[in-house]
Design a protein around this ligand. Structure first.
Ligand code: SAH
Ligand code: SF4
Ligand code: F3S
Length: 477
């Protein structure tokens, strides 16, 4: 789920299918409980959406209830993304809209949260005069204090990054919840230093959350009717948490198993896997548990070894292919998706062809595809020249998008006649006679409502036809 993604298939399930591409995402509300109201918009990856729920929880403790109407809120928050230039541009546009509201209602406070707050720090306050608070991803516990100060007229900033903060004890306020799918953050930060990427600078060092708190959150969600959790981290395969009492180490495979055992009817997804770190142990754990979905998001970025080296991805084409082979060997019906960056520094036409051939070889069911956007402060910005013409970057991106569309369609056609266990997520946008839901492989299915089936239940659905983005079918049981 990325903010400026020009791709085909659904973003994350939490996001309305119709809002693909430009995601302006207004979070829905649960019932207001306090006297004051906050309004929050989230951009960027799933981690940001998950963080907004932590922020919501912290604010509700001090009497702020969520609202959908920014004109009626006392506090307008925007949880921002810095991953590409366009992501930041979108945020600036939204800030100018908020500022108009503030002019009408001078008491309204505006706070910038997330990665752009962390990247730009005070500069953001100087550039955007009407911003009252700038709060980085590890400083959300400080929000009540910063809000109080801002109410007294003191603009506030806290962008300190932490080596420990995981918000493990905070029970997220489920904003925009359909009551079925939920995110659980299992770690924060990233230690990988891919040369193009701003995340290590905006999110700080990698740290893993207490495994017991993760299992407790999953159990709580199940008991409240949720049927699918997505475990989130920038590199989930490097999850490791040491139990301070026993010194026992929990790795990602073991964490997956612990969460899978919460209940057989609770589906487990996870994102993002890193090709250098995904182990056979993880793959065998997925294969062993029916409720761990057979779907792996394994971003390749480029299919060419020289470019991968420049990107500091720490794997090459051969290594990546070996991991894909291991996935298909150990979990034969697994679906794999990817991320791509086209036109990275010095990429030649031939190297771009390697990316296209990788896409066709790995048979991704969907991908998030981007052209390279230089980010200040990253290793690539410091060391390499951003020398591929914008028009070439865009043309290569289009070729990758076209290849992915053809691949998604081909793979969807191959599903016709198959029967899948589908978690019903709700009524289809296009027709209130139809349900929508996803199979283990994360493909969206649309099928006529039948009998007493309700959202949150599983149905066996036989696929009868396919488009590039969805499968159509009917309940067979
Ligand atoms: N942790 C994940 C990715 C997080 S960022 C991983 O390692 O796969 C999400 C995606 O944004 C990346 O996979 C990459 O494809 C894209 N991206 C990151 N930085 C970018 C940049 N500078 N320009 C274009 N795309 C970028
Ligand atoms: Fe960025 Fe690489 Fe970390 Fe992903 S693994 S967040 S691309 S540095
Ligand atoms: Fe964007 Fe920050 Fe996520 S830069 S992609 S919101 S970690």
């Amino acid at each position: 789920m990325y903010d400026d993604n020009p791709t085909l298939q659904g973003l994350n399930k939490e996001i309305d299918e119709s809002k693909q591409g430009e995601v302006f995402f207004q979070e829905q509300l649960s019932k207001p409980t306090g006297n004051k109201h906050f309004y929050i918009e989230s951009y960027g990856c799933a981690m940001n959406f998950s963080d907004s729920e932590i922020v919501g929880s912290i604010l509700s403790e001090v009497g702020y209830a969520p609202t959908q109407k920014m004109e009626e809120s006392d506090l307008i928050l925007i949880n921002t993304c810095s991953i590409r230039e366009k992501a930041e541009h979108n945020v600036r546009q939204r800030l100018s809209v908020f500022n108009k509201v503030k002019k009408e209602r001078p008491g309204t406070l505006i706070g910038v949260l997330g990665c752009m707050a962390e990247r730009l720090k005070e500069k953001l306050m100087d550039q955007e005069k009407l911003v009252d608070m700038v709060i980085g991803p590890d400083a959300y516990r400080d929000i009540p204090k910063l809000v109080r100060n801002a109410e007294d007229g003191d603009k506030g900033i806290n962008v300190l990054l932490s080596r420990e903060e995981t918000y493990a004890d905070i029970s997220p306020l489920r904003l925009n919840s359909n009551g079925i799918n939920a995110f659980i953050s299992i770690m924060r930060g990233c230690d990988n230093m891919c040369s193009f990427c701003v995340v290590p600078f905006t999110r700080g060092r990698e740290r893993s959350r207490n495994a017991f708190s993760i299992v407790a959150e999953a159990t709580d969600l199940y008991n409240n009717g949720f049927r699918e959790v997505t475990l989130l981290g920038q590199n989930v395969d490097s999850y490791k948490w040491t139990n301070p009492e026993t010194q026992a180490l929990v790795n990602f495979a073991q964490l997956l198993e612990l969460v899978a055992k919460v209940h057989p009817d609770l589906r487990i997804r996870f994102s993002t896997s890193h090709p250098k770190d995904i182990t056979d142990e993880v793959l065998y754990t997925i294969a062993k548990h029916e409720n761990i979905c057979n779907y792996i998001h394994l971003p390749v970025q480029s299919g060419n070894s020289r470019i991968l080296k420049l990107m500091n991805r720490t794997y090459d084409r051969a290594w990546y292919k070996e991991r894909v082979e291991a996935i298909y060997r150990i979990i034969p019906d697994c679906a794999i998706s990817s991320d791509f960056i086209t036109g990275f520094c010095t990429e030649t036409e031939e190297e771009h062809q390697d990316t296209l051939s990788m896409l066709n070889w790995a048979k991704y069911t969907m991908s998030y595809m981007f052209f390279y956007s230089e980010r200040p402060g990253t290793r690539a910005a410091k060391k390499y020249k951003d020398d591929v013409e914008l028009s070439v970057k865009k043309r290569r991106l289009q070729e990758v998008v076209d290849a992915q569309m053809a691949m998604s369609y081909q793979l969807n056609l191959a599903d016709i006649g198959k029967t899948f266990k589908v978690l019903i997520e709700g009524t289809s946008k296009k027709s209130d006679q139809d349900f929508k839901g996803r199979n283990s492989q994360n493909k969206m299915l649309i099928f006529p409502k039948k009998g007493n089936y309700k959202p949150g239940e599983y149905a066996l659905v036989k696929v009868t036809s396919a488009t590039r983005a969805t499968l159509k079918g009917e309940i067979v049981q």
